[in-house]
Design a protein around this ligand. Sequence first.
Ligand code: TYM
Length: 329
Amino acid sequence: MDRLLTGLQPSGCLTIGNYSGGIKQVINYQANYETFLFVPDMHATTVTQDPDELRKNIKSAVGLYLACGVDVTRPNMHLYIQSENLYHANLSWILECHSYYGEMARMHQFKEKSKLHENFTCGLVTYPVLMAADILLYDAKYVPTGIDQKQHVELARNLAIRFNNRYKDEFFVVPEPLLPTIGAKIRDLQEPTKKMSKSTTNPKSAIFLLDNEKDIRKKIMSAQTDSEARVAFDEENKPGVSNLLSIYSVFSGMSIEELVEKFSGGGYGDLKKALAEVLVEKLTAIQDNYSKIMQSGIIDDALDAGRDYTNAIAKEKYEKVRRAVGYGR
Ligand code: TYM
């Protein structure tokens, strides 16, 4: 079985964007790949975190993965926490010494995020290398993500190729990003030219997986559209409406064509009301599962098993790489 790997930062409650680019893809692929799904808690500390809040978000993220349908009873599913495996940081250091500052400074996400902080951390600069280490440690062939992480997976590809060439062996599998055809970039509900983000400061911009029914309806009904009153999919000229159609498609399984056909006679109000209904139904079901999962022992059992399994794989890979660069005796 080929390996597939992805992770979602526990830097706040997960959004419907994270569901679309990350979790939903894992659920769709989990029967066909050996799947490595982890919580990148070390990534979250590239910006300041409240430690208690972070620990709560880690467990909540895992609860949500499971509540959405990630199946940890499958022997090919490995669920783990990044910081419980020291090889991620160790390999990251080696890869940092094979990466260039210019490469890091060119990363779109770094350029955006560094603007938000007057004094950003070194971790924010080198974060994509840690992400490369996350992927390369396990020889993951496929990395499901949204479009915002594509450039980081491309960096992981470049580093794998660079390392293999420099040390003249197939140390790392060269990974490929996997983007969903619809929903690779769910947009901010208030500023639809931007992506929806869990760290938004405007509460109406994002729908979180644990939002209550009233908030879901309110946020969808107040989403920005345009003055044309014509339901059509055109991401460039009608980003707001196209975003609503994408979200609808992600959560209902209907195609964009079917949705345009269904809503073409009416105004945006009908589309919004129906979408709010779909989201309320889907997210309430996830939240019911989530409450049960959070009270069970299933999370810790899965994380213990995942930690042990992935540490063994990571150790073997790291030792091979460490030897190649000449570390130790
Ligand atoms: P993060 O936590 O920002 O996002 C988690 C996943 O959700 C996707 N995503 C979106 N997809 C569609 N529309 C959106 N608005 C949207 N917002 C987020 C992201 O693309 C991602 O798939 N660096 C990563 C976490 C990470 C990782 C890894 C991922 C660390 N190591 C190794 C894959 C492989 C991040 O910050 O994702």
